[in-house]
Design a binder for this molecule. Structure first.
Ligand SMILES: *[C@@H]1O[C@H](CO)[C@@H](O)[C@H](O)[C@H]1NC(C)=O
Length: 286
């Protein structure tokens, strides 16, 4: 088994540092709750901004069903309630809302982004089930399968944090550092439908990722509950090209790693995840 840690060569890497520290130690309940609250703040602000930006008529004009706007309000109310619940539970220790940047410019791109954020979900059990229903509803509104695969991909705290960090501009200095870190981000630049066999380009914006021995012997791991499905990542200018392997479908997370097999953990992720929507002609049995 190839188990080489990728080395990140920093060219001009600008990572959002909402919480930069990573040390191997036990993570406290307060940190877990603040982590969940960090994600809830992000979702809460996203829906409130979207509802302020676009009207019911805007959503109908963009092709969403009439009750969609009312249901978005319901989702927004849920997120605000989750924030209130966690904030109350944490008291003085609760992290505050950050400043965010959401790349959404119209109802369609707003719903596309909602699908990404809801796919990230949270870690707290009774919140998770509600977030899962939000996710299915938003996917259905986009005419995507509401439950595209028999298992949800398990992401680590750092992987989820990486996805969230992409939208965080800055946080209040009073927010304590969380024991999680964001990996360098990867950007999918390929547009159009994706399926097994499609060659995609993943960019590593502002940095170069290479194998520890200087070669660029890296792999893209498509994260599944049953483990990673691996494909070779061929280095190109500014990133990698990868052919989507058989056996992955739906909303899929891909990371770059030095491993060609075995479990994907925070110790061997080099960059990512990025989120891909893969639609194979027939449901893939995993
Ligand atoms: C709402 O509109 C503002 C101003 O155009 C924009 O910066 C922001 O990203 C939008 N937010 C969402 C969630 O659409």
């Amino acid at each position: 088994m190839q188990y080489r840690l990728p080395l990140i060569t920093l060219a001009a890497i600008t990572l959002v540092t909402a919480s930069p520290v990573v040390t191997k130690r036990d993570i406290t309940d307060i940190e877990i709750l603040n982590y969940a609250l960090t994600l809830e703040h992000l979702e809460d602000k996203f829906y409130r901004e979207g509802l302020a930006n676009y009207t019911q008529a805007d959503f109908v004009a963009a092709g969403f069903a009439d009750p969609f706007y009312a249901n978005l309000k319901e989702i927004s109310y849920d997120e605000t309630t989750h924030v209130g619940f966690l904030t109350k539970a944490l008291g003085d220790a609760a992290v505050k809302e950050c400043t965010y940047s959401f790349p959404s410019t119209d109802p369609k791109s707003f719903v596309a982004l909602a699908s990404v954020l809801e796919g990230v979900g949270t870690t707290a059990g009774s919140i998770l089930t509600v977030e899962a229903r939000h996710n299915a509803y938003i996917r259905a509104a986009k005419a995507q399968a509401p439950f595209p695969s028999p298992f949800d991909a398990p992401l680590t705290f750092n992987e989820v944090y990486t996805l969230a960090a992409g939208f965080i501009v800055s946080c209040p200095s009073t927010n304590g550092a969380l024991p999680f870190k964001a990996f360098p981000g990867i950007t999918l630049v390929t547009t159009g439908p994706l399926a097994a066999g499609t060659e995609i380009v993943l960019q590593t914006p502002g940095y170069v990722l290479q194998g520890a021995d200087g070669s660029s012997n890296l792999y893209a791991a498509f994260i599944m509950v049953t483990g990673g499905v691996f494909a070779e990542a061929i280095g190109i200018d500014g990133g990698f090209k990868v052919v989507i392997p058989e056996g992955v479908n739906g909303q899929v997370y891909v990371v770059l790693t030095g491993c060609s097999e075995g479990p994907i953990t925070d110790d061997n992720v080099g960059a990512g995840p990025a989120i891909l929507e893969i639609t194979n002609p027939y449901p893939t049995v995993v």
